[in-house]
Design a protein around this ligand. Sequence first.
Ligand code: GRF
Length: 225
Amino acid sequence: MLRLAVLISGRGSNLQSLIAYTAQNAVPAQIVTVLADKPAAGLALAEAAGIETKIIDRSLYPDRQAFEDHLILALEDAKVDMICLAGFMRILSPDFCRRYLGKIINIHPSLLPNYKGLNTHQRALVDGAKHHGCSVHIVTPALDDGPIIAQHKVEIKAADDQNSLSARVLTEEHKIYPAVIGALAAHLITIQTDQGQLRLDHASGPIPGYIPGMEHHMQWPMPAP
Ligand code: GRF
């Protein structure tokens, strides 16, 4: 059983998609704790699903180190195998990322390596990009930079504004993140670490709780966006 921690800072719609996926599908993955860096609306979603939650309030700690020490305690307490960042708005220190190398994944609302950081939808629109999308990637010390596990492309339409585009991308986020968890839990994707190096292995086969149209987005190595 893959024991997951989900880290959030806000509304938690990706968290909800992971809760629904792990509850409804016979996947050997379980969300054992949901942690937030401040009071976050999404915590109520976990509580409603009977999942343990904890606020590790960044504003109560003098520095990032002290905050992360408490985060580590909570993760160790819950005996987690994998940490899923889902709208977690804190940059984790290089030490933290190295400690959990290969065990932290993130969902990012762009076709990485394009548009790392914030305001991705607005930046894609201003650039007149033809496509946008979302990526699930392994977290490394450099921001939004680790190996990409899966992506989903969304076409940008002439009438799109930030709201319509972000909503369409979010719909895909809610499919791609659970699919990656399913693939990891079923060992269709394995993340290996060797002396600080990451390796992503990818087998082909049906993903439990498979979402039609997803499989061909689960390629590795990914074609350039
Ligand atoms: C999502 O767009 C996610 O890709 C980004 O932050 C947003 C979080 O939304 N990292 P939600 O809290 O999951 O609804």
